[in-house]
Design a protein around this ligand. Structure first.
Ligand code: 2X7
Ligand code: FE2
Length: 300
């Protein structure tokens, strides 16, 4: 057991491919003029905050890697391919090349199994990594100079109820935290998801035409603000209590478990989170939110 291992930051790190498109990185084929600045500048603020920190690995939980049986963990040392967004192939054709921290992946698998969770390692070298994982990692760390660990969204329990699924994701989060500590890793955890998820159905001719970009339903906005206020006040228990209604009433992508996993890993933070940005992408609510576990120690 190493005392060095810790979660350096937990981040709500949404993955709309539009944000990568608008940044024009060399890995992405389509070119953009601009767009979604508020959210992109929020990611920039997050990156500044991470600049002075020593980080070994990014651990990401993505709603776009859905599994029906078990929580899956990427367990091949290197992946390289072209990721094309199935809905927005005009915006996201991203050539990725990434390394996986297989030791930490194995430790999460073992800790999850020991906690009674159905877990599986994904060992197919030809597996195509989902765009949620790629986008959140890219926007947090565009240099791609760190290995990652990626976790799937196990949907099995959601067919029973969102409450039961949340319990499992909290347990997976706690298992992740134990594995980070046991392997001595300094990890940044990324919950790759949007908040409210009602979106428009017709894409504007120019995707980055911001005249079309706004929330389409005031109720969705009120929900996003309620959820963010809980985060800003460190009210995680109230947040968790609200999530089933939030999921139902705003079709929220938190249903897939990324946020609940993160809150479990952070041991239900009772300290305020920093909201770096809030904005819409195709009408869905997205926020970049940072928790610094050192804030708990400061208050203790
Ligand atoms: O996957 C997404 C998303 N969650 C939100 C907005 C736009 C595109 O893709
Ligand atoms: Fe998504």
């Amino acid at each position: 057991m190493s005392s060095r291992g810790r979660i350096v930051r937990g981040v709500l790190a949404p993955h709309p491919p539009h944000l990568v498109y608008a940044e024009n990185p060399p890995q992405n084929e389509p070119r953009a003029e601009c767009g979604w600045e508020e959210l992109r500048w929020g990611y920039e603020r997050l990156r500044h905050r991470l600049e002075g920190e020593e980080v070994d690995v990014l651990v990401v939980h993505s709603p776009h890697w859905k599994t029906s049986v078990a929580h899956h963990v990427l367990a091949v040392p290197h992946f390289e391919s072209l990721s094309v967004d199935p809905i927005f192939p005009n915006l996201f054709r991203f050539h990725y090349s990434l390394d996986v921290d297989t030791e930490l992946a194995g430790a999460i698998l073992e800790e999850g199994q020991a906690a009674g969770l159905a877990m599986k390692s994904m060992e197919n070298p030809d597996f195509r990594v989902d765009y949620g994982t790629i986008t959140s990692c890219h926007l947090t760390r565009p240099a791609w100079d760190l290995p990652i660990v990626a976790l799937s969204s196990n949907m099995a329990a959601t067919y029973f109820s969102d409450e039961v699924a949340m319990e499992q994701q909290l347990a997976l989060g706690r298992a992740t935290a134990r594995a980070v500590e046991a392997t001595g890793r300094r990890a940044v955890l990324l919950a790759s998801c949007s908040l409210s998820h009602r979106h428009f159905t017709e894409e504007p001719e120019i995707p980055e035409d911001m005249a079309f970009e706004h929330i389409y339903h005031h109720g969705q906005y009120l929900w996003d603000m309620r959820v963010l206020e809980h985060m800003r006040r460190g009210r995680t228990r109230e947040l968790l209590a609200d999530l089933p209604d939030f999921i139902e009433q705003s079709v929220s992508e938190v249903r897939e478990g990324s946020l609940t996993w993160l809150l479990g890993a952070l041991d239900l933070p009772d300290y305020p989170a920093t909201v770096h940005a809030y904005g819409t992408v195709i009408g869905t609510g997205n926020a970049i939110v940072e928790w610094n576990p050192a804030d708990r120690e400061v208050r203790a």
